[in-house]
Design a protein around this ligand. Structure first.
Ligand SMILES: Cc1cc2nc3c(=O)[nH]c(=O)nc-3n(C[C@H](O)[C@H](O)[C@H](O)COP(=O)(O)OP(=O)(O)OC[C@H]3O[C@@H](n4cnc5c(N)ncnc54)[C@H](O)[C@@H]3O)c2cc1C
Length: 490
């Protein structure tokens, strides 16, 4: 009995929103789990709407899969670095614009496949010979034709298939699209780029859903100064508890109780859960009661892929003045590409970006071995390539805080999984790139789901506060709750 009393007392002390505070501030409380773009945008919106907000973040930094590193003496992004859709319709445009952050446009094209204009590529074969630009462009056209044919094939059939299977069907129907020799290798390179977009291999990507995301106009722009200033600005003044890994979420009709790895407990009227899909899949966060079956199925069925960055900082530039360097090979697994950051930032930096199985294999290597692997690919193009003076290696697949880079549609599963992931369960609101059916796998997608979750949460909490039963204590706390201040402003 005594020990139960003690633990009750401890819990009360640990509560971020104690009964006293609730009476004083007269505003509803929300715990946001995860301090990436989705979580921070939800927290910002709710705090601006007079909610008491606390963010619990497992890492010792905010930003999640947006991670700008400054150890080279200038910013480089280990996670997201492009704004996909450089236009005023992009939900992030107002904040990026207000901050005066420069963007470097790598492509005016709005398509999934070309976040770089074709003329900015320099592709090489395994012997270091540059592929003629005309061939690169022509194979690009063939690749688009194949994708159009894939769409016809999928529309004829009810059952879904992978992009690789669809390729085989198209080749058997239209053998003239099957390329040989170096042209075949260039085609594999385009496929490799497509795999990079989805962070997954072609034999797992759904032919039915590959083009279901919405693309904003304005093409693709690199955040020259990195994404960090954006997240820092959005998070100003918010109560963020770093190093707080959530392990359990209990929900009741009148509140939520959230427990962290070190046993601390927090209660609030509602919670926004904005952790990555990989973390939800891992089952390391326990829900009580369990999540409904439809929600758990959505978590299980949506794919999460891996893309990584190996960022190489050289003493000086020794490569051609193009935006993208690529090595073509017989299979997409053997192909590789490097983003030339010198074009955008003026710094002698190349970024090697493996995806899918290759990224997974490279994650098994040490940082040094991974950097050497990237340099080896570079030396295929440029035999006299210098060793880097510094390097950075990301591990989004094995990092327990992400367990994957971003979500994608796997074969045979419907595209509405993103929406199912987003739909709230009682007073638990879901946010994050994997809950965005329009813009999955992107920063602006994550950001907009944070706004949506905040709005849903605001409505629900305010509605419930208007009900008599919410004048009862939240999660067993004593003392009257009160009608939130915000209601008078609505
Ligand atoms: C290599 C790479 C390149 C990319 N390139 C681009 C790009 O150029 N443009 C683009 O738009 N998008 C890009 N993306 C995708 C983009 O980064 C993500 O879609 C977006 O940042 C996801 O934001 P989020 O808030 O949903 O998740 P996250 O940013 O992952 O935030 C989730 C947060 O939850 C925290 N967390 C995890 N577990 C717990 C727990 N148990 N308790 C508490 N906190 C927890 C994490 O530490 C993290 O901070 C890229 C991603 C990667 C990995």
């Amino acid at each position: 009995m005594e020990s139960r009393k003690n633990s009750d007392r401890q819990m009360r002390r640990a509560n971020c929103f104690s009964a006293g505070e609730r009476m004083k501030t007269r505003s509803p409380s929300v715990i946001v789990i995860g301090g990436g773009f989705a979580g921070i945008s939800a927290a910002r919106t709710l705090q601006d709407a007079s909610f008491q907000v606390m963010v619990l973040e497992s890492r010792d930094r905010i930003g999640g899969r947006v991670h700008t590193d400054y150890s080279f003496g200038f910013p480089v992004d280990l996670g997201a670095s492009w704004l996909h859709g450089v236009c005023k319709e992009n939900p992030l445009a107002p904040v990026i614009g207000r901050l005066g952050l420069p963007l470097y446009r790598t492509s005016g094209d709005n398509s999934v496949l070309y976040d770089h204009d074709l003329e900015s590529y320099a592709l090489f074969d395994m012997e270091g010979n540059q592929v003629p630009q005309e061939l690169v462009t022509n194979v690009g056209v063939t690749f688009e034709q194949i994708l159009e044919e894939i769409n016809k094939v999928r529309d004829e059939q009810d059952a879904d298939m992978s992009i690789s299977q669809a390729f085989s069907i198209v080749f058997s129907r239209k053998p003239e699209l099957r390329l040989e020799g170096i042209a075949h290798n260039v085609l594999q390179w385009y496929l490799c780029r497509m795999e990079g977009w989805f962070a997954a291999d072609a034999d797992t990507i759904s032919a039915k859903c590959w083009d279901q995301e919405e693309l904003l106009p304005g093409g693709h722009g690199l955040m020259v100064r990195g994404y960090r200033p954006v997240i820092n600005t959005l998070s100003k003044g918010i109560d963020i508890r770093l190093g707080h890994r959530v392990t359990k979420i209990v929900r009741r009709y009148n509140g939520v109780k959230v427990t962290t790895e070190n046993g601390e407990t927090f209660v609030a009227d509602a919670a926004v859960i904005a952790v990555p899909l990989g973390v939800l899949k891992s089952g390391t966060i326990k829900f009580e009661p369990k999540l409904p079956e439809w929600k758990q199925d959505a978590i299980n069925d949506l794919g999460v892929g891996i893309e990584n960055k190996i960022i190489l900082h050289f003493e000086k530039v020794f490569w051609p003045k193009v935006e993208f360097l690529g090595v073509v090979a017989e299979t997409s697994y053997g192909c590789s590409y490097f983003l030339n950051l010198h074009k955008a930032t003026g710094h002698p930096v190349l970024v090697y970006m493996p995806a899918g199985r290759l990224a997974k294999d490279i994650e098994k290597m040490s940082d040094e071995a991974a950097a050497n692997f990237a340099v080896l690919q570079l030396q295929r193009i440029l035999p006299d390539a210098l060793p880097p003076v510094q390097y950075l290696v990301s591990r989004w697949g094995s990092d327990v805080n992400s367990l994957g880079s971003y979500s994608y549609d796997i074969v045979g599963k419907p595209h509405d999984l993103y929406e199912r992931l987003r739909v709230p369960v009682d007073n638990l609101f879901f946010a994050g790139e994997a809950t965005s059916s329009s813009f999955p796998g992107s920063v602006h997608g994550a950001y907009s789901t944070g706004l949506m979750a905040a709005e849903d949460c605001r409505m629900r909490v305010l509605e419930r506060y208007g009900e008599l039963d919410l004048f009862q204590p939240v999660m067993g706390e004593e003392g009257p709750a009160s009608v939130p201040l915000l209601i008078s402003r609505l």
